[in-house]
Design a protein. Structure first.
Lengths: 314, 314
């Protein structure tokens, strides 16, 4: 099987309290595909400019990521984002956004991409997300991310797209913005009633992530890193780990423990992602490191019921 | 064995988006002792005014809480706090604080209180906390809470008191304020290096709580309540569940799983506390409800390792 992701493949300029990068490989589909590639075959649908060179393509090739559905537009420049993080690494301040090739992006999927078992619609304009969704009617599982900008400027289109997917990956600010509801549990219920996803994942930055499904609630903390170098891409790395793992199963399904393990592996990938600028840490990550941190997540959250709890029932 | 808590026993006026109470039983020692009373014998050290009547004393008596060390000052009024919570229930706005009897509080512990195995210094002036600490030299385990006001106005006294305890219970804003460090893991390490507690518990409101010890990190989410009526006392109920459970063991110890279960039971008590105004929910709580929510916390955080994780190690 394979995961197809549609989203930005880009250049970023980043500044955090730990340093800066003037021009670095970025984009949601980049972080997603690198993270997912540790678990499954990944195919990127996107568009880049002539400035996207062999050095950049090599990063994907080194992880076996299929880039056949990435269109390269001659004479044009790739999507560019410039962001600044201050002491509070939770908030990215956008300094510059240049759509470039993305302004005219008209995704047309190859037959291979259309046949993927899992499709992830990374954060792009919701009409484009729906256009891709409609080309992948056979997907067993479709995920979606978005951002505050589309919630404000394209709300009805976004809601329509949300109704065509089964797994939504938002951060808590987006959940609250979409519903106007400060209580997360209530906001999650409103979203499930409004657009009916089977799974709602809520990324909570330094507080971890949680997952609302039809039958259960699951919460996983963030890995307690003493040094977060650059939060860029953490949410996409989370989604890459989540959907990549589900695609590694014999059949993608909605089994509760599978979804929970997917969320933990998503958290593992996000925790590594932020250890260096952009995708630099994911590029040098090993399978053994993923397994080790998964076990650390298990240890961070485990406890055995003491006898007193049984006694309380009497 | 028994837990002794020193702290405020008071009247509160509260307003939240869900209603208001003009005069309700409050105070850190009240919430702590009610929560701890489900697990162990509890003794309160404090001071009240003549306005503190049989109705208030009856709340403690109904839970078997020993009030012999609560001094009642004739002709004086009890400590009074008035607070307002807006839509974001994470922030309490203080409208009024009247120290009243607390202005002259000079805690003198009975022999029974001095002999408690566990002592909890709830949020009061740090010199007073130390004065109580020095009267309880035999305690196997001493916990401490504080607040932003003392961090700013009595920092050196607070640090001196922190050095005399082994378990510190702060919220994340207090941890960051004390250290000036936005990263929680790093701030926690700084506090452990500065004053050397064996256990640092960090309450994170709607995000749950986490615990740093010499050997491990543990995180527990908040219970995903759709309606939080009043957050007042949640932190003290957390501490009450934590220390009450540890006191229910044959010997209070620092066993990793015991500390983890204590943190879960603290979270259980905090989650019930916020379901109604002040201590109203804790007053009608049952042992069975505690056991049920403990199991829910277990289910909210549990996952089984999938085969793919073992394969990643190859």
């Amino acid at each position: 099987m394979a995961v197809t992701v549609v989203g930005s493949v880009a250049f970023d300029a980043l500044e955090t309290p730990f340093g800066k990068r003037d021009r670095i490989l970025g984009g949601a589909a980049t972080h997603f595909s690198l993270a997912a590639s540790f678990f499954s075959d990944v195919r990127v649908v996107g568009v880049v400019g002539e400035d996207f060179g062999s050095e950049e393509f090599e990063v994907f090739a080194a992880r076996g990521i299929n880039m056949d559905d990435v269109e390269q537009v001659p004479g044009a420049r790739s999507f560019f984002w410039s962001g600044l993080y201050e002491d509070d690494m939770a908030v990215a301040h956008t300094l510059d956004t240049q759509l470039n090739v993305f302004a005219e992006f008209d995704p047309k999927l190859s037959q291979h991409a259309r046949e993927s078992a899992i499709l992830f619609l990374a954060n792009i304009q919701p009409d484009l997300q729906r256009q891709v969704r409609e080309q992948c009617n056979g997907a067993a599982l479709v995920g979606l991310d978005s951002m505050n900008y589309w919630i404000e400027s394209a709300r009805s289109s976004l809601l329509e797209t949300m109704r065509c997917v089964d797994t939504i990956v938002f951060n808590d600010a987006e959940v609250r913005m979409l519903t106007g509801e400060p209580n997360l549990a209530r906001a999650a219920r409103e979203i499930r009633e409004l657009v009916g996803p089977r799974v709602l994942l809520v990324k909570q930055g330094a507080y971890g992530a949680c997952m609302f499904t039809e039958t259960s609630f699951f919460s996983i903390p963030a890995y307690p890193l003493e040094t977060v170098i650059d939060p860029t891409g953490a949410g996409d790395a989370f989604a890459g780990g989540f959907f990549g793992f589900l695609d590694s199963l014999d059949e993608p399904d909605f089994d509760d423990n599978h979804l929970r393990c997917a969320a933990v592996l998503g958290s593992v990938m996000a925790s590594y992602c932020v250890e260096d600028f952009g995708s630099e840490r994911l590029q040098r990550l090993t399978r053994r490191e993923i397994a080790e941190r998964f076990e650390e997540f298990k240890h961070m959250t485990a406890f055995e019921s003491p006898p007193v709890v049984a006694q309380l029932r009497r």
